[in-house]
Design a protein around this ligand. Structure first.
Ligand code: TA6
Length: 286
């Protein structure tokens, strides 16, 4: 438990001198969020251990994405459009708007607007808001996008969550039986999952379309429930011993330390008329 005098948040210089908000829930849970990308880089439930993977080789500079935690992917997932991989929201400086305590939980809100630079890349005025709700063994992250421009906009998006795992070979994602997926690790071929559980014996890079609203990340000593709302799809990724050494901001063996389970909107891109708002939430239960 935090003492009554313990602050709700601190705003400090994090790695690379980038501004970092640390949010404290009244129940003792803690999360860290960089304004660069509004990227959550740490989640420690009350009395628990760190749940997110953060790469020791992450750059923490204003022109590169942070490797680990929850990168916010908007307005393009992957290379599915004209923008650079995973769009630009993870590279932009978000604004910290507010924080409040609500009973045993704490929440913080971050905001991003289009800029001249973003409009040069993608000519749509938008208002993005990321809300982080922490406490009661949960972390709920909501991304809301409003079309504040005069023309319809279409985008894809994801919360690209990196879960820390202690034993990759004994880790599975459960509740996938019968779900259609596209396998990027097998030439973008389409398949249907037969088994309920997916393990990590080699490269995994799959988009599960219309995935269940609740999945379970199962490890020998703990489980994490992963709920999503508003995001129809789920991406599951691990780069394996083959691809990991080719990624400069990961150590060659880091693939053993994380799996990504990402709430995503890819198969049916989100379409917003002028003035319309969309939101999606990923809730993690420790
Ligand atoms: O979500 C999976 C994925 O799209 C993979 O293809 C992999 O490249 C990963 O994201 C990381 O992308 P990044 O641009 O952060 O290196």
């Amino acid at each position: 438990m935090n003492s009554p005098s313990q602050s709700l948040f601190t705003l400090t210089q994090g790695a690379g001198g980038l501004p970092k908000l640390t949010l404290f829930a009244p129940d003792g849970a803690r999360a860290e969020i960089y304004l660069h990308g509004a990227q959550i880089t740490s989640w420690v439930p009350a009395g628990g251990a760190e749940r997110f993977f953060m790469s020791r080789n992450s750059q923490f500079s204003s022109d590169t994405p942070i490797r680990g935690g929850i990168p916010v992917i908007f307005p393009q997932f992957g290379t599915t459009g004209p923008l650079a991989q995973h769009g630009f929201a993870r590279l932009m400086e978000w604004e910290f708007m507010s924080a409040q305590a609500i009973a045993t939980r704490a929440s913080a809100v971050f905001s991003l607007r289009d800029t001249e630079d973003s409009r040069r890349l993608w000519d749509y005025p938008f208002a993005a808001e990321l809300t982080v709700l922490l406490g009661d063994n949960q972390l709920a992250v909501t991304l809301a996008i409003t079309n504040i421009g005069p023309k319809p906009m279409t985008f894809t998006s994801a919360l690209h969550t990196y879960f820390a795992v202690a034993d990759l070979a004994a880790t599975t994602v459960e509740n996938l039986a019968g779900i259609q997926y596209r396998d990027a690790a097998a030439g973008w071929t389409d398949h249907q999952q037969t088994q309920p559980a997916l393990g990590f014996m080699g490269e995994v890079n799959r988009i599960y379309f219309n995935a269940p609203a609740e999945l379970c990340l199962s490890e020998p000593t703990r489980t994490t429930l992963i709920r999503s709302e508003g995001f129809a799809d789920t991406v599951i990724w691990n780069p394996s011993a083959t691809k990991c050494p080719t990624m400069p901001d990961l150590e060659p063996t880091d693939y053993q330390r994380f799996v990504c389970v990402e709430a995503a909107a890819i198969g049916n891109p989100i379409e917003l008329a002028p003035g319309e708002r969309w939101q999606g939430t990923q809730t993690l239960l420790a």
